[in-house]
Design a protein. Sequence first.
Length: 350
Amino acid sequence: MSEVQLTQFSHGAGCGCKIAPAILDSILQSEIAPSVFKELLVGNSSKDDAAVYDLGNGTALISTTDFFVPIVDDPYQFGRIAAANAISDVYAMGGKPIMALAILGWPIDKLSPEIARRVVEGGRSICEEAGIPLAGGHSVDTTEPIFGLSVNGIVPINHLKKNSTAQIGDLLFLTKPLGVGILSTAQKKGQLEESDLPILINQLNQLNKIGQLLGALEGVHAMTDVTGFGLIGHLMEMVEGSNTGALINYSKVPVINAAKKYLAKRLVPDATYRNWNAYSKQVGFEKGVDVMEAFSILPDPQTNGGLLISVDCSAVEEIKNILTQNGLGNHIEEIGKVTEVHEKRILVAP
C-alpha cells in the first residue's frame, strides 16, 4: 500500500478535473421553469460556493458538495485534501461547518479496500480538525478513485458572504499563494523534487477557517475560495456577479516560489489552458506584465485554494490584524482592487 501512486489511476488532478466553464454552463441550462423558494437565499441563479437556506430564526443553512480524483499519491493525504477542499465552501460563505458525509468512488478491481480506508481516514482527520463529525456517506464502484464530502454549515444571515456583492473601490486580498496546480502536475509526471512535496501537501491541507471570522465583519463585502477555475476564473465570477471590474497588480499576487522552476519546464496543467480559453477575452494586460508567465499563473487550477476577499477601504486595517493574528501575516498586502466595468472586465497591471 505504501508504494501506490494514486495519481496514476486518474486522468486529472484535484480540482483540475472540474468540467470546463463553458461546458458546465451548457449542462446547467434547463427548459424547466424554476420554482420560487423564498427561503432559498443562494441557489443556481448565481455562481456561488454553496447553497444557502433561511431557517427562519436569523440563521441560515449552508449546503455544499465537492469531490475529485487524486491530486497526490498518498491515500491518507488525498483524503485530507479532498475533505479540506469541500469544507472550504462553508468557510467561503462566512459560515461554521457542522456535519459532513463522505462521497467515495473506488475502482475495486484496481485498488484494494485497505487503500480506500486510508483515504476515508484522511477525510475523517480533517473533519476532526474542523470540529465536525464525518457522519456517514455513500460509495460506488468506479473506474477512477474519487473522494470528497457533502458538508452542511450554519451562518447568521447578517454574516453571510457571497461572491456577487463586491463594491467599486474595495481592495482584494488572497489568503494562499497560487501554484498548486503546477506542482501537482510536476508530481503526476514524476518530476516534483522531493523537497517540494511538503510545500504542496502543507498548503493543500490548510483549512480556510479564517472565513468564519471574516464573515462577522461588515467591511468584508464579498468572499469566495479559489479552486479549479484559477484566480482569474473565480475573480471573473465575482466581478460579473457584482457588475464591476477589477485591477490586479500581478507583482503582488502570491505565488509558491517553487512553481516557477516547473513553469520553465512547461509543466502546466491541461486545465490552465481550458481556464484561459474561457476567460481570456475579458482580460487585458498593461505594458510591463510578463504575459506568458501570467497566462500560466493566473488560470492555474487550485485545489483547496485561498479565500479571495473584497474589502471596504475603511476595514483594511482590521482585516490585516485578523489575518496576522491567525497566522496569515504573509497575505496582508492587497493584490488589487474592484473597479468600474471597462472594456475588459479584469485588467492585469505590473
